[in-house]
Every structure is written in structure tokens, then in C-alpha cells.
Ligand binder design. Structure first.
Ligand code: ZN
Length: 576
């Protein structure tokens, strides 16, 4: 790509510069956004010359006809025109910045429907571990650098499927390098693994009762292996993580921009986090559009009502940069605790008795769901297994009987194992499916937990689309790494990191995958009229890719670098 600028027009392309408030307010530009202070208000009108044009591209618009264009014009943060090179060049004047794409591909900005954070953190980093030896060595090194009694904790962004052995490190593996310091491996959002010193510290023993909504796992000899699932994690009190800061969020958003993300949905975060994001918006520091679901952990209607009142937040508060999207609930575990109609595969099934973990019982859950519907809140529920989906559908139906939820785009988050009898009920409630690429990371582990047949059906994208659902896509980062092109690659290939192709009959087309990651995500958050495709009048969010993602060799998608990312017509990432 060549970046050409006319001499009379200089836009600061440094993404570290605050630009957001200026771009939105137009005239209220601050001194650091010098270029924008020159723009008269009429520049934001439809007839003014564009601020930026991108020409000589292969622009996959993802409009309803999937039209391909050569060039786009951008002004006031929006696409003002889409068409041929000649059409678009005609609109430019001396002040217009021209970006020559030299044949590169442009797609609408990519979105993630379920992203907790970008991973990393102050704990031991296991994301690069590829064997149990790597895990143990990393933990051992941190133990050596610690004082007696210090608790050693890992970051959560790793999974045993990335290890050659395809199994978790257990208590005895950790004891070998840490006989005295308590060690807690945090893995994803549902699991801790403790060494013996940690089990002793929190007084967890063979006679500790199984907590409701959780599980203390044992090995084949009946001994504790150190694994605590879902609500069993509450037996452990970890040192509080460092407080989330604006600087940390800015750094995370930069990483996401570099992967091509322009919109994310936080699937259950705190009021405090929302306030930080509001400050970022006010200071012009947001480089990604955020839809945030709230998560209160209230397990009855009264507690939920009080938590909402205390938050002073309302459904759909916000604007196109930051908006409240609804309320997150959860009824089952994850990979190792998804609640199933049929027992887990052996030995996980414990002789046909283990069906997963039901983290919120039907009565309490239904009570909360009905209350949220009465209060006008959209509900998004984490449900992995088919039994969990049964519980969700029953509660949504009860709420719907009081006051229709159709057209309100309530969701099932994840929906790994839906059953044919559930599709008509999901359709009757007009649900949107919030799907992710967990299988890509965890495929071999899911075979262990659920058997090959259920693992291969996990997140049946083809079936969902054939049933006529709107399916939005994402990752569940940091449970699964955040690159959106990995999601795209997995959905079109059903390939996995370490287990080969699984459930090949659930492949979707590349066009469908692109919709899943763009316009369908916009639909999920009621924004399909303002973003998700490259059309005049829509927000100028786009990604430039070096190859045509619709026709290049399939394997190339997985490692394809992002050349440039724009949000609201501003470059937030450019490949060095
Ligand atoms: Zn999640």
C-alpha cells in the first residue's frame, strides 16, 4: 500500500492521539487534533468533499447483494459514497486525503460478540506453553522468584488443548515445583487447579462437600487432583487483581484493533468498567465500539431490581461508541461443566452420573429472567449444553407469556449443543445466537469430555444458519484467543489448532462467515442500520487485508495479517 497525502491536507495518523471526541463533535476539536479544527461544519454534510478516499481496492461491501466496489469516500466518520475509482475520485478536492490500496481487499470492520478481555495480566503467562513441562517450568520459575507463603497465580488465557499431552496439569505436577507455595492455575473462566499447599491453605479436603453449582474433581484413585470447577472456585480467595485502568483498556483495545476488530461486546462486566469506558469516550480514547452487558450475580428478582436501581443505568443507554446491551446471566459451566441431557464420556461421566454443572437453578433463574423482562431489560444467557438450553428456553417462554420478548433480540450465549426439538422454541422466541469458535481451541478436550459425536457437533453453525437464525460470531477471549480471522478460518474449515477438522458438515461459506462477523454482530446489538457493512451513511469502520478473503487458499486465512483498521474513518491500526 502507498499512503499519499496532498500537501495542503495533513491528518495526524498516530493512533495514540485522541481523536474520538473531535470526530464526533466536529467543532469541539481539541488542540491535539489539529487537522480537524480546520474543518467547517458543512464538511460533515453529504455534499461536501470527502475527508478521505480509499481507491484501487477490492471492497467487499457485505451489503444485501454482497456487491464489490473499488473505492469508498469517507466524511464525518461515515461512508459518504461507495463505487468505482472514477466515481469516488470525482468527489475529492485538494484537501481530501487519498489512500491507494493497490488492489488490497477491504471488508467491514470485524466484530466480536463475546469478548471479556484481550488476555495477559500479572500472573504467570501460560499462553505460549505447548507441553506440561512448559507449564511446570513457568510455574517453577515464578515460585523461585517468590517469598515463602506467596501465592503463585497464572493468567487465564491458556487451555490444555494447546499442550502436547492434551490434559490439564494437576496437583501432583504442580507439587513437584512448588511443595510449599500455594499455586492456583486459573484456566479460562470456569476452572482453577490447585497444588497441595493451596488445597491445604483453603482447607479443601476429601471430605469437603461438593458445592452447589460447582465440582471438586478427583482422580481415578478417588484423591483430589486439585481441579475446582465453576462455583467450587469460591472456596478459594485469590488476591484481588490490580484495578482495571483506562491505560490498561487503551492497551487492550489497541491489540484488538491490530487484529481487525472495530466493535466488541463485553459479555457481562461491571458498572465500574462501564464508567471507565464512559470516561474514555469523553476523553476521545475509545478506538473500538463497545456494547456492554452488565453482570450482577443477583440470584433473585428483588436482588436484581436493587442492583439495577443502584447502578443508575438503563437498557440501551449510550451511543454508537458505547452502549449498554442488556443483562448477562449464566446457567451452566464451560468445557468441563456444560450441563447436558446425556452424561459425560467416561471417565468424566463417573459411571454415567456426571451431566455437567447447573450453576443457576431453574426457579431462581426464571424468577430473575421474568423480572428483567418486566423492567425492560434484554437478557443474554450463557448456556453451553442442551440441558442448559432447556432451562433457558423454559424461562424465556415464561417471561414471554407475560410480555412478548419477540423482536427484542434476546440471546443464547455459546449454544454449543442445541437439539432439533429446541429450534422451533428458539424460533418462536425470536432469539439471536451468539456463537464463538471454542472448538478451534478446545476440540480434543471436548472429545474427552463429551465423546467424539457431541464434540463434532459443537457450535453447529451450518445448522443454525439453515434453521434461519441470525448468528453473530466471536471468541469468548481470553478463554479463546481474540483474532477474528481465526474465527473466520474455523467457521469455514472446522479445522482446530491441534485436533484437525471436526464436524466438517457444519462448515459455512466465506460469505456467511463474513456476515457472522460483521452485519450479524451489528444486528445483535440493534445497529445493523448504522454499521456492519460498507454502505453510504454507515459508520466508516473497515479492515484492509492483503488478500481476497473470499477466494484465497483457505489455510492462508488463519495467519493473514491485517494491513489497516479504521474506526469512524480514522486509522486506529496500520501494519508497520
Ligand atoms: Zn464468556
Amino acid at each position: 500500500m502507498i499512503w499519499r497525502r496532498t500537501a495542503s491536507r495533513s491528518i495526524d495518523l498516530d493512533v495514540a492521539q485522541p481523536f474520538r471526541a473531535a470526530a464526533r463533535a466536529g467543532l469541539k476539536a481539541c488542540a491535539t487534533v489539529a487537522a480537524l479544527t480546520l474543518i467547517a461544519p458543512t464538511m460533515f454534510g453529504q455534499t461536501s468533499p470527502p475527508e478521505t478516499i480509499l481507491v484501487n481496492g477490492h471492497v467487499i461491501t457485505v451489503d444485501t447483494r454482497f456487491a464489490i466496489a473499488e473505492a469508498v469516500a469517507i466524511g464525518g466518520g461515515k461512508f459518504t459514497a461507495v463505487g468505482t475509482n472514477a466515481d469516488i475520485r470525482k468527489l475529492a478536492d485538494a484537501k481530501t486525503q487519498t489512500i491507494d490500496l493497490h488492489g488490497a481487499t477491504v471488508v467491514p470492520g470485524l466484530a466480536d460478540d463475546h469478548l471479556h478481555d484481550a488476555g495477559g495480566g500479572p500472573g504467570v503467562d501460560l499462553s505460549a506453553a505447548r507441553s506440561l513441562a512448559d507449564v511446570v517450568a513457568a510455574i517453577g520459575a515464578r515460585v523461585k522468584a517468590s517469598r515463602p507463603g506467596d501465592i503463585v497465580v497464572s493468567n487465564s488465557d491458556w487451555h490444555e488443548a494447546q499442550l502436547n499431552e492434551h490434559r490439564l496439569p494437576y496437583r501432583r505436577d504442580l507439587d513437584a515445583v512448588s511443595p510449599d507455595n500455594p499455586v492456583v492455575l486459573v484456566r479460562g473462566g470456569h476452572e482453577y487447579i490447585l497444588n497441595s499447599a493451596a488445597l491445604a491453605k483453603w482447607k479443601i479436603a476429601k471430605d469437603t462437600p461438593q458445592p452447589s453449582g460447582g465440582r471438586i474433581t478427583r482422580d481415578a484413585q478417588g484423591e483430589l487432583n486439585g481441579e475446582l470447577i465453576d462455583r467450587a472456585k469460591s472456596l478459594v480467595q485469590l488476591p484481588p487483581p490490580p484495578p482495571l485502568t483506562i491505560d490498561a483498556l487503551v492497551a487492550q483495545h489497541k491489540k484488538l484493533n491490530a487484529a481487525g476488530l472495530t466493535s466488541i461486546r463485553y459479555p457481562g462486566a461491571s458498572v465500574e468498567q462501564y464508567h471507565l469506558l464512559q470516561q474514555m469516550e469523553q476523553r476521545g480514547l475509545l478506538t473500538i465500539r463497545v456494547n456492554q452487558l452488565l453482570r450482577f450475580g443477583a440470584d433473585n428478582a428483588a436482588a436484581m431490581r436493587e442492583a439495577i436501581a443502584a447502578s443508575h443505568l438503563k437498557p440501551d443507554d449510550g451511543d454508537e461508541w458505547l452502549r449498554i446491551g442488556g443483562m448477562k446471566l449464566a446457567v451452566d459451566g464451560g468445557f468441563e461443566g456444560g450441563w447436558m441431557r446425556e452424561p459425560y464420556a467416561e471417565p468424566w461421566g463417573e459411571h454415567g452420573t456426571f451431566f455437567g454443572v447447573n450453576t443457576m437453578k431453574a426457579a431462581a433463574y426464571t424468577d430473575v429472567v421474568k423480572e428483567l423482562n418486566r423492567l425492560g431489560w434484554r437478557v443474554a444467557t450463557h448456556a453451553v449444553g442442551d440441558a442448559a438450553i432447556d432451562e433457558v428456553l423454559a424461562a424465556y417462554e415464561a417471561a414471554n407469556a407475560e410480555r412478548s420478548i419477540r423482536g427484542k433480540r434476546w440471546t443464547i450465549e455459546h449454544g454449543f449443543i442445541p437439539q432439533p426439538d429446541q429450534f422451533p422454541r428458539m424460533k418462536a422466541l425470536d432469539l439471536v445466537i451468539s456463537a464463538q469458535d471454542h472448538l478451534y481451541l478446545a476440540g480434543p478436550s471436548l472429545v474427552n469430555y463429551w465423546g467424539a459425536a457431541r464434540a463434532a457437533r459443537t457450535t453447529p453453525m451450518r445448522t443454525y444458519l439453515d434453521q434461519g437464525f441470525v448468528v453473530a460470531g466471536g471468541t469468548d477471549s481470553a478463554v479463546v484467543p481474540y483474532p477474528p480471522l481465526w474465527v473466520f478460518y474455523h467457521f469455514v474449515s472446522r479445522d482446530t489448532i491441534s485436533g484437525g477438522v471436526m464436524g466438517g458438515d457444519q462448515k459455512i461459506s466465506r460469505k456467511e462467515a463474513l456476515q457472522v462477523e460483521t452485519i450479524n454482530n451489528a444486528y445483535l446489538t440493534f445497529e445493523e442500520r448504522i454499521k456492519g457493512s460498507i454502505e453510504p451513511g454507515k459508520l466508516a469502520d473497515l479492515v484492509v487485508l492483503p488478500e481476497d478473503i473470499l477466494t484465497c487458499p483457505e489455510k492462508q486465512i488463519e495467519q493473514m495479517p491485517v494491513s489497516m483498521t479504521m474506526v469512524g474513518g480514522r486509522i486506529v491500526y496500520r501494519r508497520p
